[in-house]
Design a protein around this ligand. Sequence first.
Ligand code: 0A1
Ligand code: ZN
Length: 890
Amino acid sequence: MTQTVKYLKDYTAPTHLVPKTDLLFEINEQYTDVWATLHIEPQNGATELVLQGDVKLISIKKNDETLPETAYSLNPNDETLVLPNMPTEPFTLTIHTQVEPQKNKSFNGLYESEGNLYTQCEPEGFRKITFHPDRPDVMGEFTTEIRANADKFPVLLSNGNKIRSGSLNDGRHFAVWHDPFVKPTYLFALVAGDLALTSDFFITQSGRRVVIEFYTRQADAHQVAFAIESLKNSMKWDETRFGLEYDLDIYMVVAVGDFNMGAMENKGLNIFNTKYVLADSQTATDADFEGVEAVIAHEYFHNWTGNRVTCRDWFQLSLKEGLTVFRDQEFSGDRASRAVRRIENVKLLRTHQFAEDASPMAHPVRPASYVEMNNFYTMTVYEKGAEVVRMYHTFLGEEGFQRGMKLYFERHDGQAVTCDDFRAAMADANGFDFEQFALWYSQAGTPTLQISGSLKKNGGNLDYVLRVKQILPDTPDMPASQKQAMMMPLAIALFNENGEKGAFKLPNDDNSYNETILIVNQAEQEFVLREVQQSVTPSLLRGFSAPVHLQFDYTNEQLALLLAHDDDEFARWEAGQTLLRRAIFANETALQQGNDLPQNPLLIQALRNILNDNNLDAAFKAMLLQVPAEAELWGERDHINPVQTTMAREALLDEIAHALHGELLATALNARESENADKRGKEIAFYEYNPKDAGLRALQYACFPLIHRFDEAATIEQVFEHYDEMARKNMTHEWGVLSSINSNASAKRDELLARFAAKFDHQALVMDKYFSLIACSRRADTLVQAQAALNHPRFALDNPNKVRALIGTFARNVPHFHALDGSGYAFVAQHIKKIDAFNPQVAAGLARAFNLLKRIEPQRQALMRAELEAIVALPSLSKDVREIVEKILA
Ligand code: 0A1
Ligand code: ZN
């Protein structure tokens, strides 16, 4: 496979359209035969037809006449089939190919998992099934016939509606599916196997009845109820908030244990990683339930934002993903705990997307080039893309945003379009100028806003002047000097010394405000807030109104004031996070210089007030107690010593655990009491997921690790004695208890984990939790335990969930991945090489762990580099891993 770079600027319209594709799948023991009939419409007299394919070709017919091999050429290097002399009038090609799903461990194309067959076609998996233009701007109607042994494959599914089915000779049967909506190949899906069906239905706003069908293994069927409820909630929500109704008569979801990503929005036939379908309170944590709800919603919302209106080319991926993530975030926020959900999203973005933006993998929300598209399902495209959509919403408000959505669908339903088309719809529907805003799609890197504020006399009044400077970083694709100032909303308010929001006026406007949204659109600018009070503490970037770093010279006292009083939960949380970050940085400096660690009485008092505040929502209180993780602390720093960051962070955790032991204990006990209050004498089943109890549990397990830290010996003893009672209520408690003591060095911890593994031996998703506990422990023997876990009978290197649970988690375990002897790097690198041989997509995901290379201190940098150089030296390396590793090394 040659390493060819594809560029956005090289886009050309398709030379041939394929308005209809008829497929026939003959599923046999070892292999599956596929006949694809493409109804082809040449454009502008084109005669050379290029089809994409990475599959064994048997024969080709043109209008029913078999083509000699001299009529075409196959180029495995760039996965093309070139037919130079095709008619300029419409014609059909019938292509016979053969695939071996049992041998496919890449989980792209047609593959086998536990005896059943599944497809994954986004972005370029269809070409592993048959030859086709296989690009999203070639859309057509699909009819799919599947034939297979009726005992082994009683269930035969594809997109759309089942129009025929029946029996054939030799114990075989067939089903024919027709999808009336035009779609690109990447939304094609097929499932064949022995699966349990759970059905339900939904009545749409216009009164149509939609059949809902969930397919799982027999043994898992009892775990789909929550996902089905989530789907119905999503269908309802999209009608009420976006006015969007489902369009087919049936919506199917199939769960599979072998899947590279979370889930896939194939038209009418979603295929899901079991992790995002199966959930009951004995096996799934509250966070897992929230994950199921969000991913079910995400895939459902794609039916309009992705399927009805799709992407012109893969550079536009964020058109569907950024928008759909924004929609699923809004759905989750409307369901419950909006502020906490928002903070979780920001935390995710800042931990992983900011790191990506500061790495050699940095790319704009709309990348300008790629080698392997699978590498661009990134935090930038998804999460930063969602922030970009959120900024339209912030500028336009809900009504204006919905006007834009309406125009977008009016203009583009049934089309494959670009991010610019979306921006134009938002602009045109509102008469709002989004010209400059386009820079968010082309400039990579996280902007920094440097803000300062000062009071100025103005006659008898006081003005508060905010000076805002935006700094754009260099990124590998573009130096800062070539970047232009971006446009973004900056939400602000002013607080006085009593923590009250103060009124102000804007220039040329005599209304009084107590918050506003400033439009930042220049490299440096000044905003004057008139008639303010004597003491001002600004609350900035409220709600995280733009995806940027913020610098403002707050005093610790000002931060404590905002933490105590800000009515914007994000800004309030952020004030606390800034205090925590400052304390960790001070510890790092002290460690570097060999000084005593500083104490943080103001921070401790602020946390004490939070713990003692009975009016705070439990889930929000739990968020306020989260100490930023290492990856959130590195920002854009260089010469990172990861283990020193860990030590500095742990020292702060020790300080908090000791200073606030009594308050932490009381808070945890109170939360437990509140959770139990309405359940006395009731069944354990009463401890199922609901947002209120989830918040109370989150608070208990925000406190418990700190309680354990205060006195490890006593706590592990207590957990060991009372484990069954503590853990039996549900998986959130079981997981919470184990996570809290997971770094305990005693044999009791090992014994508890072993009991956990034995108890859930046959629950694959819970075994993933076991492997991730092994891999995230900060105990000294974690690498040894992770290596041993590779031989556990339930571990499988070819299962992506298992790989992510054990090796992926290990790669995020800062002190162990970055061990100074290089053992952590070697462990991860060794498995990248092994996995790359059969699943390049998952291997490339692991390779991103080395992203920090250039920003890490020299000793570790050399160790990392040696591993990466050994990887790129492999002659058979996939283009997936090669693209990532070469960028990191460049
Ligand atoms: N479109 C899916 C994500 C997805 C992408 C690629 C896949 O396999 C290569 C699978 C799923 C989503 O956003 O949910
Ligand atoms: Zn998506």
